[in-house]
Design a binder for this molecule. Structure first.
Ligand code: ZN
Length: 299
């Protein structure tokens, strides 16, 4: 009994103690999640990001090295809503040993959209509605504060500053996209990552593949999309940094065969941010890049 009491006291104390080397080791899955943890955790965290630029989280499998990075971490943040579909088991296993937190955990059913192909599952691409991603920032703030109560006020101040920047970003996206005439405000991409973006900023979205890139697309899907482009006289489609370009190129070729010229309007960052050190290597830079690319191609 005594040893159990000591053990329990030890567990409780660990949560408010200083990190051994001054920084908590946090492992995050996508760049967008890692960015939140860096912004909110500031000097008190050392963030390891598992999925680098151009990596597709739907298909991502943890390597041996990743498992070590997850085991070494003090806490783990992931995006959730089944985005990291092939990592669920690892998260479940690890959650018995340390905090494993989904940044989307606080979103209500009403805020979420369904996967059209499987309506019982939510669409995980919430980061493209900046106002929803702000909820993810609040979630990280709350989870970090619960884990490390000694620095609660620091996390609150860091989050407040970042949330103000995201509010500006949300306004920027809304204003810029509204400058595209309504009938031309159609976003065609390889996979259905932009449903939340479309809802938030009043853009019609069409994807060739489903919500997850794990779903196959067929010739029929290409043909259906081509027919829509021709009949709606849509002039531009977009490739994504984390999805092979051949699918959207098939659409461009299909349209050409029907004497309708469609250009590639640019590359969007959908499920992964750009290279570290570039403007698109941050969440804010990535969203700005997408908004500017879409506006330039469609306006
Ligand atoms: Zn996706």
């Amino acid at each position: 009994m005594l040893s159990l009491a000591v053990l329990l006291a030890g567990c409780g104390a660990a949560q408010t103690a200083e990190a051994p080397d001054g920084k908590w080791k946090v492992t995050a899955t996508t760049g967008m999640v890692a960015d939140i943890v860096k912004q909110v955790g500031g000097d008190h965290v050392e963030v390891t990001q598992l999925m680098s630029a151009g990596v597709d989280p739907h298909l991502y499998k943890a390597s041996e090295g990743d498992i070590k990075r997850i085991e070494d971490a003090d806490l783990i943040f992931y995006s959730g809503l089944h985005l990291e579909g092939k990592m669920v088991e690892i998260f479940e296993k690890m959650s018995k040993k340390k905090p494993v937190k989904a940044v989307t955990a606080g979103l209500s059913k009403e805020q979420l959209l369904a996967d059209p192909a499987a309506p019982e599952n939510p669409d995980p691409h919430v980061w493209f509605d900046v106002s929803l991603w702000m909820k993810a920032v609040e979630q990280v703030r709350d989870d970090l504060s619960a884990f490390d109560q000694a620095h609660k006020e620091v996390y609150a101040a860091n989050a407040e500053k970042y949330l103000a920047e995201l509010k500006q970003l949300d306004d920027y996206a809304r204003t810029e996209l509204a400058s595209i005439p309504k009938e031309r405000r159609v976003l065609v991409t390889a996979h259905d990552a932009f449903q939340y973006f479309g809802r938030a900023y009043d853009v019609e979205v069409m994807g060739l593949q489903g919500i997850s890139t794990a779903a196959e697309y067929g010739l029929k899907d290409v043909q259906t999309l081509v027919d829509t482009l021709v009949s709606r006289k849509i002039k531009a489609v977009f490739v994504e940094s984390s999805v092979p370009k051949r699918s959207i190129e098939a659409v461009v070729q299909g349209a050409a065969a029907k004497n309708h010229t469609v250009t590639i309007g640019g590359e969007l960052f959908s499920d992964a941010m750009g290279e570290p050190g570039t403007p698109e290597g941050s969440y804010i830079g990535m969203v700005k890049h997408n908004v500017d690319t879409i506006v330039n191609a469609l306006k």
